[in-house]
Write a protein that binds this ligand. Structure first.
Ligand code: ADP
Length: 246
């Protein structure tokens, strides 16, 4: 509809306009933290770290809103290539090292030997894995355990499991989980912060690959988020194929 498109365009241009000054704020805060304008007292350092964290959160929110706009406008263009999902799991663990260490989370990575590569959009599947693993760290208590697994399931699809022993989700909460802006009530919710957009974006990305994403969880015990992807994509050709969402 025309009105929907106008609204989408408006949100998208506002989000783009917000990104430019925020990039500048982040850059100058980083410079200050590096001591580029002189040494910092402890208090200044810690206040600036708070500014930096909040600027990062704002940037994540803006980027998520832009991505949702692209999803709604069917403008996501998948760039297919051969992807080693085992390497994606290991890279995610590396990217999230600071959070993992801060919470003293024990992360194990179990990759089936001889796992075949899949045809997928590396950036998008990496974003999904980062979302699931960072949630597993966020919604568990310090010292928790997170298991990452990559294997070919009995249906021949590539499956990823992200299992945690954290706050868990009730059956009722599980029903709303992949909805936009949904954040379940749990003891860690306010402390960890978040937009409630990550899982809805993850679901769209997985479905654009003709895959599936789901959760098994028990309140107070923990959750296992899983997704599975086909090994190949129907439209794949030999010369760096791309696909527009239909
Ligand atoms: P965010 O983490 O930014 O709030 P997400 O879309 O990634 O947004 O997740 C939506 C909600 O799902 C979270 O707010 C949380 O309530 C719940 N959730 C996600 N992952 C987990 C998990 N591993 N354990 C328990 N709850 C989770």
């Amino acid at each position: 509809m025309e009105a929907d498109r106008a609204k989408r365009d408006f949100i998208s241009s506002v989000s783009h306009e917000l990104r430019t000054p925020l990039t500048s704020i982040k850059g100058y805060v980083d410079l200050l933290l590096l001591g580029a304008a002189g040494p910092l007292a402890e208090g200044q350092q810690s206040f600036l770290s708070v500014v930096k964290n909040n600027a990062n959160r704002l940037m994540d929110l803006i980027n998520d809103i832009l991505e949702i706009g692209r999803i709604d406008a069917n403008k996501i263009q998948l760039n297919f290539e051969n992807v080693d999902m085992g390497a994606v799991l290991q890279d995610a663990q590396q990217t999230l090292r600071a959070e993992i260490e801060r919470k003293q989370t024990h992360v194990s990575v179990d990759i089936e030997p001889d796992l075949p590569p899949i045809v997928a959009d590396l950036r998008r599947v990496t974003q999904v894995v980062l979302n699931l693993v960072s949630n597993a760290v966020k919604y568990t208590y310090p010292g928790a355990t997170v298991h990452l697994r990559a294997f070919q399931n009995p249906a021949g699809l590539l499956q990823i499991d992200v299992e945690d022993n954290g706050v868990g989700l009730s059956p009722e909460q599980q029903q709303h989980l992949f909805r936009r802006f949904y954040r379940a009530d749990n003891p860690l919710r306010d402390e960890v912060g978040g937009t409630g957009l990550g899982l809805s974006i993850a679901k769209s990305f997985i479905e654009l690959h003709s895959g599936e994403i789901w959760v098994q969880s028990e309140l107070g015990k923990g959750s296992t988020f899983s997704f599975m992807l086909p090994l190949t994509q129907p439209e794949t050709t030999d010369d760096a194929p791309t696909r527009l969402a239909d």
